[in-house]
Write a protein that binds this ligand. Structure first.
Ligand SMILES: Nc1ncnc2c1ncn2[C@@H]1O[C@H](COP(=O)(O)OP(=O)(O)OP(=O)(O)O)[C@@H](O)[C@H]1O
Ligand SMILES: [Mg+2]
Length: 210
């Protein structure tokens, strides 16, 4: 079972957008996928409750229920679990990181965002979980992407494909869809597919067997 925990103490890093899109991508690829919403703000839950599609499934979860929910999911044959976490609380409640097979750190391409991710990186490194940054909301031009890749790659893996700042991410989210469901021809759909593939393959090489 793959458990991908999406975490960054920095608010607005793009955790929920990535979690919801990767979960839909997983079920589109035929994986029995469960999205776990660990954020008391319940953004992913609100997105999911208004959906018509039956998959992926979602459960809301309290921090002290993470372990029992993962055990139940394993018994039910889920193949991919994606955990959307809250910002700073992730530094205190580390169960979702400890139990992950791979951690994903969305990070916007600015010096402040890169620095703000460091406490989260420390927690993940302490847990000895393989992880990768995914750069999010990248501007269409300028040096930001390259600069962020340079500074983050000194700390850990960086997914080569970022999400660019695109209207489709916001519109899809507002319509309770993934970007691919919203417009399969939009470049955002290709970004999510490439990010999914990258994480999946990295996990095959580096992830914990669960
Ligand atoms: N690639 C993108 N292009 C445009 N907008 C984006 C992109 N990724 C995320 N957003 C927008 O950025 C905002 C923050 O994203 P999101 O809610 O996913 O962050 P978060 O890390 O989950 O925040 P929080 O810490 O509050 O849970 C949202 O308005 C979202 O729609
Ligand atoms: Mg969120």
């Amino acid at each position: 079972m793959r458990i991908w925990t999406i975490t960054n103490q920095k608010g607005g890093a793009g955790k929920t957008v990535l979690a919801t899109n990767l979960a839909v991508e997983g079920s589109n690829r035929g994986l029995k996928t469960l999205l776990i919403d660990l954020d008391p703000q319940q953004s992913a839950t609100k997105w999911w409750e208004a959906r018509e599609a039956e998959e992926p499934l979602l459960i809301k979860c309290l921090y002290n229920q993470v372990i029992e929910n993962l055990e139940a999911a394993k018994k039910q044959g889920f193949e991919l679990i994606i955990i959307d976490t809250a910002g700073r609380e992730g530094l205190i409640h580390t169960e979702a990181i400890d139990k992950a097979s791979f951690a994903i750190i969305p990070c916007q391409p600015s010096l402040d965002d890169c620095r703000s991710a460091l406490p989260t990186v420390e927690i993940i490194k302490n847990s000895k979980i393989p992880f990768s940054f995914v750069i999010t909301r990248c501007p269409a031009s300028g040096e930001d992407l390259q600069e962020a890749k340079n500074s983050l790659s000194a700390i850990g893996l960086v997914c080569n494909t970022p999400t660019y700042e695109r209207k489709c991410y916001k519109r899809a989210y507002a319509d309770n869809l993934s970007v691919k469901e919203y417009d399969s021809n939009d470049k955002g759909a290709g970004e999510i597919a490439a990010i999914f593939e990258y994480i999946y393959n990295k996990e095959d090489r580096l992830g914990k067997q669960i």
